[in-house]
Ligand binder design. Sequence first.
Ligand SMILES: Nc1ncnc2c1ncn2[C@@H]1O[C@H](COP(=O)(O)OP(=O)(O)OP(=O)(O)O)[C@@H](O)[C@H]1O
Ligand SMILES: [Mg+2]
Length: 249
Amino acid sequence: MTPLPAAITAAGLQVSRSRSKILQGLDFSVDAGRITGLLGPSGSGKTTLMRAIVGVQRISRGTVSVLGRPAGSALLRHDVGYVTQGASVYSDLSVQANVRYFGAMHGATAADTAEAIAAVGLESFARHKAADLSGGQFSRVSLACALVAHPKLLVLDEPTVGLDPVLRAELWERFAAMAAAGTTLLVSSHVMEEASHCSSLLLLRDGLLLAQLTPAELAERGGSADLERAFLAIIKAADRGQEESRVTS
Ligand SMILES: Nc1ncnc2c1ncn2[C@@H]1O[C@H](COP(=O)(O)OP(=O)(O)OP(=O)(O)O)[C@@H](O)[C@H]1O
Ligand SMILES: [Mg+2]
């Protein structure tokens, strides 16, 4: 089978804000039809990178292309779904009305709406006002709004925060099924255990890409089957490398 062309390609990607470099020249590509995990500590630049990919973040240098077009191109409107860390739904509307509203922008049908609501396990809350939902339920409404458009690339910023283990497992199963059907998913998390659900991992630290590898490679390189430990080991090794280069330069 010939591999699909990359869904995302970044070359020398730099983002600066208030004169500090938030992303410091990233080079990577994301395979189509796979789940790629974007992992890194708080403040490492995950959200900024996702914003650059969906085209809402000004880039100071380098390029990002998405599905063969420059990130943010108007032609990508129906092909890229983005679920932010903050809520992007209307709290005074029902779950169903929210999903229908987002779906309408992409020509989605009533069946698509029902399917997206079911996918996030909110069928019995479809007619409830978003404001009346629990925190975890509320965050899933945004996800349903992104799913309803059937995007080719789905960018999800920490979608499993606030979800219980059962729902989290169900969601990862859902993501795996979507990837199997050809959707590309880029999912950020700082729960390292979730890395095992991804085909490829981008490890960010202080705006630098420490590595792009598979979960198995992460375990091997970090010397632990516990991916959290493995990541910490890689971070420590990178810190030591920086120390050494400071001493020798
Ligand atoms: N509007 C802004 N102006 C200046 N600096 C910003 C702005 N937004 C974010 N930053 C800085 O950019 C860096 C990366 O932030 P970003 O939100 O991308 O991190 P993150 O990895 O998504 O963190 P978290 O896991 O907490 O969501 C942080 O140091 C943050 O303080
Ligand atoms: Mg973030």
